[in-house]
Ligand binder design. Structure first.
Ligand code: FEO
Ligand code: CA
Ligand code: CA
Length: 685
């Protein structure tokens, strides 16, 4: 771009929550405009309420309880330390999680909260600084060209940093070297191609550019100076640097459904080698140093759902794939580049997406895998903890209104150590185990309902392969609890407790949609909440748990909000929690997506144990139109990485007429930022 483009006036059109219409279209195919895909008649308010409230007479939090049922705040407020109030309250959680730093106590958070704002820049507190580590189009593979939007090709994009990173992981190589591993969730062609008019008018090469801008990147980074600042490593010899794309990277299916007829296609009659990964949202770094990433809104990439056999249609519809339109509005036109995205020709291709993928950044030649044992849904991500008995447990959310919360428990045990033997063993841990879905009761307890183990199904009328491939339908049959968009689900390595970001659900209690329940206590839930699970006996493999809602988001002045009983005049407003992370002291960090309070999205931190529990403070805001993703705090607590996703994504914006010029002053480029304390001290606390 030779001339500085004209900046678009900020005319975005907020829709559901604070999300702009343009983000709704490109990120999730306008999911909220379609009927709720979960039409099951699972129990919600009535049954759980009768089981819970009438017996105990209180809700699991203060403010929401008052909102929903008119209970006084006093009784409910007494549940500020809810685990102790639950009948099935586990023993002290300090015993949880082998390998956890169980002796660490949550430290104080010392930064001064930044105020909400609408600035087209990234803001951190006084005493901190930040820098861009990688942005869309930066070279990843050695010798790759830099970004030139007038000359972009699929080949160039396949060597460059992709679009819209969401998950961020950092895998140390040494004290001053590490691998930055991210996924690239989706593309916004209007903001990528000069002169863009419509998706229909795109050339096939442009479609392939978009496919190459999806996937994942591995980038070697180096510490810059003595603080927590990091930058892309210099030099031509970067053997770990890697691009994984939706266009051509071969994956391997593992687990019970690998090779099944449901995964077989004309191009892959063995049903074991899917091509590419797409719409990867959150993820996690495993204890053995690999990266997991969730394939989320895969439905919007497929057309031709109207032409599949009648008995297949409900299985597509439950995942949000249109079974009435040949070319659903908003579909991405990928069938023009690769016929496999046309379900009329290749009805099983959609079954090859919606999985948890695992990549091994330390082995650049390794083939990434899709683990069928972890089920298929709109996977937000997966986070693994080593349980006390050595098995590994992956916690997962299905990010759709009224969908479910899951966990996977491995058959095999984690082996400590970096030896080749231990590592090879640990790389197989997610290939076999038991998949569970959560049922949440009104009395502060819950059950993990077994769905499948190996080739054994626990769901009437479904084989294990069907349970794993059509996991949403399995959850429907066993009465799983319909949640308000379960996004990132992450266990604290310090306590073993598990935190679920429930982003929002403006359909809750509206029209014929399900009403409130104890774990989703607000109608028209615009701002979301955070669920805390405490596994029974502090055992992450347990099949029961206690739960509470430590944070119910929104403007603290709104009586329906709740911050673990902390003085609400002292906390920052927060809306639409999406990703969670922990620092070494166990403080909970929360990033947001779609701030319905009108300010930019951001990153927040709060102690989650002790008297400061609920003292939530805003640490960072991202530029205009962007969502805050990641976050990832390095093991030395000196750096926090965040992905700045979809800056400038406001209706009417284009590359030529951008709504944001972050980060370089010309046009918007999504990227990854690191923030650090100027004195080199630990982030936050
Ligand atoms: Fe990609 Fe669930 O947000
Ligand atoms: Ca998300
Ligand atoms: Ca996380």
């Amino acid at each position: 771009m030779s001339t500085r483009p004209r900046l678009l006036p900020l005319l975005g059109t907020p829709r559901h929550s604070g999300r702009d219409a343009m983000t709704c279209l490109y990120r999730c195919g306008n999911a909220c405009d379609h009927p709720v895909p979960n039409e099951s008649d699972n129990p919600y308010f009535q049954e759980v309420a009768e089981a819970g409230f009438s017996r105990r007479g209180v809700l699991r939090t203060g403010a929401a309880g008052a909102l929903v049922l008119g209970f006084g705040g006093a009784a409910a407020g007494a549940l500020a330390a809810p685990a102790a109030a639950a009948p099935a309250a586990p023993a002290a959680p300090e015993a949880a999680a082998a390998g956890a730093a169980a002796t660490k106590k949550a430290g104080p958070i010392t930064f001064k909260a930044i105020p909400p704002n609408k600035l087209d820049t990234l803001i951190v507190p006084n005493g901190y600084d930040h820098a861009v580590v990688m942005r869309w189009g930066d070279p990843v593979l050695p010798g790759a060209p830099g970004l030139d939007v007038t000359r972009q090709t699929a080949r160039r994009q396949s060597q460059q940093f992709g679009y819209n990173a969401d998950f961020v992981g950092v895998i140390p190589l040494s004290r001053n070297r590490a691998l930055l591993v991210v996924n690239h969730e989706y593309t916004n062609e209007e903001l990528m191609f000069p002169g863009f008019t419509t998706l229909d008018a795109m050339t096939v090469e442009q479609v392939k550019v978009a496919m190459a801008a999806h996937g994942m990147s591995v980038v070697e980074i180096e510490r810059a100076g003595r603080t927590g600042r990091w930058r892309a490593a210099d030099g031509g010899n970067l053997p770990y640097n890697r691009r994984i794309t939706a266009l051509e990277t071969k994956f391997r299916f593992t687990g019970p459904a690998a090779g099944s007829p449901l995964l077989q296609t004309a191009a892959d009659p063995q049903g074991r080698t899917p091509i590419g990964t797409l719409n990867n949202c959150a993820g996690g770094v495993t204890p053995w140093g690999t990266v997991l990433s969730g394939e989320e809104n895969f439905n919007q990439y497929f057309v031709g759902g109207d032409a599949v056999a009648d008995d297949v249609k409900p299985k597509l519809a439950r995942y949000g794939i249109s079974t009435t339109a040949r070319y659903p509005s908003g579909s991405r036109k990928w069938e023009r580049a690769q016929e496999r995205f046309d379900l009329a020709e290749h009805p099983n291709e959609a079954n090859r997406f919606g999985w948890i993928v695992e990549i091994d950044p330390l082995d650049p030649q390794s083939r990434p895998r899709k683990h069928t044992a972890l089920g298929r849904f709109k996977h937000e991500g997966a986070n693994v903890i080593v349980a006390r008995n050595g098995k590994v447990v992956a916690y997962m959310g299905d990010d759709e209104r009224f969908d479910y919360l899951y966990k996977f428990v491995s058959d095999k045990k984690f082996l400590k150590g970096d030896s080749g033997v231990a590592r090879r063993h640990n790389l197989t841990l997610l290939e076999s185990g038991t998949l569970y879905v959560a049922k949440i009761n009104g009395d502060g307890t819950g059950q993990w309902i077994k769905l499948a183990h190996g080739n054994k199904s626990y769901v009437p009328g479904m084989t294990a392969v069907e349970v794993l491939t059509f996991t949403r339908l399995a959850g429907d049959k066993v009465g799983a609890t319909k949640m308000d968009r379960p996004e990132d689900v992450e266990p604290s390595k310090v306590t073993g407790k598990v935190y679920v970001a429930l982003t929002n659900n403006t359909n809750r209690g509206v029209g014929t949609n399900p009403g409130v329940d104890p774990a989703n206590p607000r109608v028209n839930n615009k701002h979301g909440h955070v669920l805390e699970l405490v596994e029974s006996r502090g055992d992450n493999t347990a099949d029961t748990f206690a739960w509470s809602l430590p944070i119910i988001c929104g403007d603290p002045a709104d009586p329906s909000t709740y911050f673990a009983g902390y003085d609400k005049t002292q906390v920052s407003p927060i809306s639409c929690p999406d990703n969670v992370a922990f620092d070494g002291a166990g403080n909970l960090w929360i990033s947001t997506d779609g701030n319905a309070l009108g300010a930019n999205d951001g990153l927040f931190a709060t102690p989650i144990e002790g008297p400061e529990r609920g003292h939530l403070r805003q640490f960072l805001t991202v530029p205009t139109g962007a969502e805050t993703c990641g976050p990832f705090i390095t093991a030395d607590d000196r750096s926090v990485f965040v992905a700045v996703q979809h800056p400038g994504e406001l209706s009417g914006a284009s590359l030529d007429k951008p709504a944001s010029t972050w980060p370089d002053g010309d046009f918007a480029k999504p990227g990854v930022v690191v923030a650090w304390r100027l004195d080199g001290g630990p982030i936050g606390s």
